[in-house]
Design a protein around this ligand. Structure first.
Ligand SMILES: *Cc1c(COP(=O)(O)O)cnc(C)c1O
Length: 346
């Protein structure tokens, strides 16, 4: 493809595959606000089955899916416990607070991406009118590329359940965790009342997320989705891409992870030949590589240098986040590594 963009900024950059375009043309459609879209219904049944839940609901975005889950689990003035770097707290525009009057009780996130059990225990308020009511623990897996094991998730969810809280998992890239840890989606999902999964991230569909949970929970979420403006009418045209993504992409994820490991390894070698601390490379277990340059000028310099040779890279403030996905291959990783070598004169 001549107009191909080499984009390492996010796995949201993937273009629909040939089979996705075909599926869009052929998908049976109906008005999903009336529950009449066969493609949406099929996708919802499929994801409910994959996650071992009674029901599932299609959303235009993971942000809306998480928000509907929070609004359903929590009432006005209730508190949810969440990691201070997790997406539901940090990158969703404060929607749960703005729309639901829900209060976030944030906790520090450990190096492995988990929350400390004692921190969760300590954050659950006693049943006393002076406090906000603790209603929910919201976790994330993987978080910034780090996959959490079922045992780690179960321990955290167990503390919440013992305290009478509901549990939600933001599994935007749960398939990546599933492949990285060779763990069935159901084994992760089994410890949570609700699980949100993006089709538009590592799975490579252009749009959409699916929230799974119990039948009554999902019925309430349909009401919130309506209020949020997330009823999409003939949404089967995009749900069809999601169905193809669920078939096509999981077998490709191991290769994304291997490319991420190679990128991390070769960037580490490169960092070792520079001044100590000029470039720090984090370990990687899924499709993301985090690199921390000491100088902000190296960050901006490299972003510009890469753009000049047709590669989009980015991050936030002063770190790079390289995300591997189905539209990037070995040659693209080689190309990116060459830009780094050239920039640092190696
Ligand atoms: C992308 C993402 C979301 C939200 O998905 P959108 O579809 O972009 O709204 C939620 N959680 C995590 C961890 C994400 O990476």
């Amino acid at each position: 493809m001549s107009n191909r963009v080499i984009d390492f900024r996010s796995d949201t950059a993937t273009r629909p595959s040939a089979l996705m375009y075909e599926a869009m043309q052929e998908a049976p459609l109906g008005d999903d606000c009336k529950g009449d879209d066969p493609s949406v219904n099929l996708l919802q049944e499929r994801v409910a089955d994959l996650t071992g839940k009674e029901a599932a609901l299609f959303f235009p975005s993971g942000t809306m899916s998480n928000c509907a889950a929070l609004l359903t689990h929590c009432g006005r003035g209730d508190e949810y416990i969440v990691g201070e770097t997790y997406h539901t707290y940090k990158y969703e525009g404060g929607g749960a607070s703005a729309l639901g009057g829900i209060f976030a009780h944030t906790l520090p996130v450990r190096d492995d991406g988990a929350l400390a059990l004692d921190d969760i225990r300590g954050a659950i308020r006693p049943d006393d009118a002076v406090y906000a009511r603790s209603a929910l623990l919201a976790l994330e897996n993987p978080t910034d590329g780090r996959p959490l094991s079922v045992e780690t998730l179960a321990a955290m969810a167990g503390v919440a359940r013992d305290g009478g809280l509901a549990t939600h998992l933001d599994g935007a890239r749960l398939y990546n965790a599933s492949v990285a840890l060779d763990t069935d989606l159901r084994d992760f999902a089994g410890h949570f009342e609700s699980v949100s999964m993006c089709l538009s991230k590592g799975l490579g569909a252009p749009v959409g997320s699916v929230l799974s949970g119990g039948r009554d929970f999902i019925r309430e979420c349909v009401r919130w989705r309506r209020k949020l403006g997330g009823g999409m009418r003939q949404a089967g045209v995009v749900a069809a891409c999601g169905l193809v993504a669920l078939d096509e992409t999981p077998p490709l994820l191991a290769a994304d992870h291997a490319r991420a490991r190679r990128l991390a390894r070769e960037l580490s070698d490169l960092a070792a030949s520079l001044d100590a601390g000029r470039l720090k490379v984090a370990d990687t277990a899924t499709n993301m590589v985090f690199v921390y340059p000491r100088e902000v000028s190296d960050f901006t310099g490299l972003v510009e240098r890469a753009r000049d040779s047709g590669i989009r890279i980015g991050g936030r403030d002063n770190f790079f986040r390289f995300v591997l996905h189905r539209d990037l291959g070995d040659d693209d990783v080689t190309h990116l590594l060459a830009i780094f070598s050239e920039y640092f004169n190696i």
